[in-house]
Structures are given as C-alpha cells and as structure tokens.
Design a protein around this ligand. Structure first.
Ligand SMILES: [Fe+2]
Length: 396
C-alpha cells in the first residue's frame, strides 16, 4: 500500500518537472528526479524502521516469532533467520540466558553478554521483545518459589527488557504480563506466564519405563494439597486476562503445558494445576487460545483434543520451541540427535536441532488462518499446524 502511494507521489512530482527538447536539460531533470527518488527512499526507509519499533496498538499484528533457551556465551547465528521472518513482536519465553547464580552481579554480566550478541541487538532494532523467564534466567536449574534471589533477579530482568518504570511488573511479584495489540476484530493478545516465582517444590522419583518405552525425566507428579504453578495472585490475574476481548490469545509458558508424560519439568508435575488451567480457559469461554512453550531443547506440537476429559471444548495446541542455539544433547547409540520421548499428545514429528517458533495469521480471509510453526536455523518451516480461527472456539 505504502509503495503504491510512493509511486503515485513520484509520478505527481515528476509530472511537475519541466519538459524540454533540450537533451542536457532532460538529463539534468532525470538526474534531479533520481536524486529526489533516492532522498525519498532514504526518508521512507527511516520511517519504516522507526514505525516498526513504535508500532501503535492499532496496527494489525500478523507475524510473531518465539524463542527459548539461548546460551549467552556461545554464537547465536539463528537471529538472522528470526529477523528475516519480519516479526512484529518477539516472544522470549525462558532460559533467555543461563544465569544459574545467586550472585546478581554475575547474573547481570550474563545478560550483558546477551545484549552484546550482534543478532539479538539487531532484532531489538526490528521489533519489540516481550519476555518471561524459565529456571536458568530466573536463577537456578529447575528452581521455583524457594529461589532466594527472586526479587533481585526480577529487577534485573525488568531492567534488561527495558520495562517502563510505571509498568505494573515493577510493583508486583513475578514477571507475568499481558499485551493486546491490533484493532477490534483483529486483536491478538499475548499472555506471558511466570511459571517460576510461585511454583511449589518438585517431587522426584519418576520410574523410567522399559527400554524402548521412551526417555523419561526424574520428576513424579506432585499431588500434595495446595501445591501451585502460578500462585493465587497470578491465577486471579489470568482469569481476568482471559476475559479481555481478543480474537486470538497466545499464552506463553516457559515449560510445556499439554505434554505430561515425559517426567522432565512441565505443568504435568502438578496435575491439578494443569487441569485448573484447562478448566479456566473452558469456563471463561476464552476463544482463539494457542500455547507456546520452550525449555526442552527440542520442538514439537502437542494437541489436547476437544473431547479429552480435560479438553477446553476445542483443540488446544502447545507449540514447543527450543533451543535457539543449544540443541538437544540426547543421541542414539549411533550418535544421531534423537530421543524416543513419550508424548501421546504429539502431532507429527519432534525436531531436535536449533529452532524458533512463528505464528502467522492471515487476517484478510473471512475466517482468518493461523499457522503455528517451528523453523530451523535457516528459517525453513520444519513443523506446522494450520488452523482456521473458527476451529478455536467451542462447538458444544
Ligand atoms: Fe528450563
């Protein structure tokens, strides 16, 4: 649209240039026109770059990118591919650095290394970054509410992501946040959960299956009374957010929500909390919900079917995308990067190399089409789930 306007402007301007049979004058006119075109192009480029960062809430958002698990002290070449998808927002959904410390000076130094990654610096010029954390950037492997430096770590997090001084996250505990963008009829809500600050202790003791049953981690479901993933304050906040008008709602959780059999960290470590989330989505009548998760150093798309015992009334997809630069260390005896990991909700294949996620929305169609994607380090789509928006609402 902008280019049509630009051409029309140029035609109008060139029409005002004097015409003559004098070839030298024509050459000068052509040269002036060329210089004028170049000047306008530079201005237009500057305008495009600046508006991409300060985009108003009314701008239709049709492309977001998602990533997790980035080792700050290793190269991060994947950002070029992320930027090439022209995301309007980037969701950084946990283990954004590997902090793993109770020394806040060390934590800050590690964030500084991320800031110095040329690709990440470039991304920040292209689109706003919306973030939450997972265990390693929170401060300790598999940590929950008992991590002693959580208050200090939160302030460093908020500073690093340049969260405004008057933002509510500066005054409440935890880094959860919600963002609605786009005009009525094309609103996209991004909800970033905090699955660390309030989380109850994990329980170990998961028993691995027979060889060939699939890889399993060490955590057993914690069914003790009163255990929590989000804490009551965040739960109440989430219930309110799910009632905010929006056509599409992306809920980002650092750890997987739907997959619940593998015994590593996941919502399934607290089965009652996982059920509570599904029940909340169902009972608030929130439509258009899709989930993104990270953490796992693998990517896969999981689906909770509409008619599942815990189903929300329509299919709930959880796109797991991880890692940006530290692929799965699981390998077969033959040395192939692979894990036969149990997940009966999985749709299609698992991808084990470095990757990032994208959500593309075609709002131009009467029934908008969503593409939930996982992309490789070159930006190629390796996993995709395509949906019509009408499929993301209860039919009963
Ligand atoms: Fe993690």
């Amino acid at each position: 649209m902008r280019h049509v306007w630009f051409s029309s402007l140029l035609n109008k301007v060139s029409g005002t240039l004097p015409t003559t049979r004098n070839r030298a004058f024509v050459r000068r006119s052509e040269s002036s026109r060329h210089l004028f075109q170049q000047a306008v192009s530079v201005c237009l480029l500057a305008l495009t770059c600046s508006t991409s960062v300060v985009m108003g809430d009314e701008t239709v958002v049709s492309r977001i990118a998602v990533g997790a698990c980035a080792k700050q002290d290793q190269p991060q070449p994947i950002w070029d591919a992320v930027i090439a998808t022209q995301p309007q927002r980037f969701l950084f959904i946990g283990d954004n650095i590997y902090g793993d410390t109770e020394d806040m000076a060390v934590l800050k130094q590690k964030y500084d290394l991320l800031a110095k990654q040329p690709g990440y610096a470039k991304l920040k010029q292209v689109c706003p970054v919306l973030a939450t954390w997972d265990d390693h950037d929170y401060g300790a492997n598999d940590a929950g509410a008992d991590y002693p430096k959580k208050r200090e770590s939160q302030q460093i997090f908020l500073d690093f992501y340049e969260v405004p001084k008057d933002d509510v996250r500066r005054t409440h505990e935890g880094v959860y946040s919600s963002h609605v963008m786009g005009p009525v009829g094309k609103r996209l809500q991004v909800i970033l959960l905090d699955s660390r600050y309030f989380r109850s202790p994990l329980k170990t003791g998961f028993k691995p299956g027979e060889p060939g049953d699939g890889y399993r981690g060490k955590y057993a479901p914690n069914t003790d009374a009163g255990v929590t993933m989000l804490g009551e304050t965040q739960w109440k906040w989430l219930a309110e957010q799910l009632k905010v008008p929006a056509e599409i709602r992306v809920i980002a959780s650092s750890v997987q929500v739907v997959a619940d059999e593998h015994g590593s960290e996941m919502w399934g470590n607290f089965p009652a909390e996982r059920q509570r989330l599904f029940k909340l989505i169902r009972e608030t009548g929130a439509t258009g919900v899709v989930l993104f998760s990270g953490d796992r150093h693998l990517s896969e798309i999981s689906r909770l079917t509409a008619d599942h015992l815990d189903g929300i009334g329509y299919p709930l997809f959880d796109v797991t995308t991880s890692s940006l630069n530290a692929p799965s260390g699981n390998k077969t005896k033959a040395g192939v990067r692979f894990a036969n990991e149990i997940n009966s909700y999985r749709v299609g294949l698992t991808y084990f190399d470095t990757n990032f996620g994208t959500l593309e929305v075609d709002w131009t169609l009467p029934d908008p089409v969503l593409r939930l994607q996982v992309r490789d380090e070159q930006g190629g789509v390796v996993l995709q789930q395509r949906l019509k928006l009408s499929q993301l609402r209860a039919t009963r």
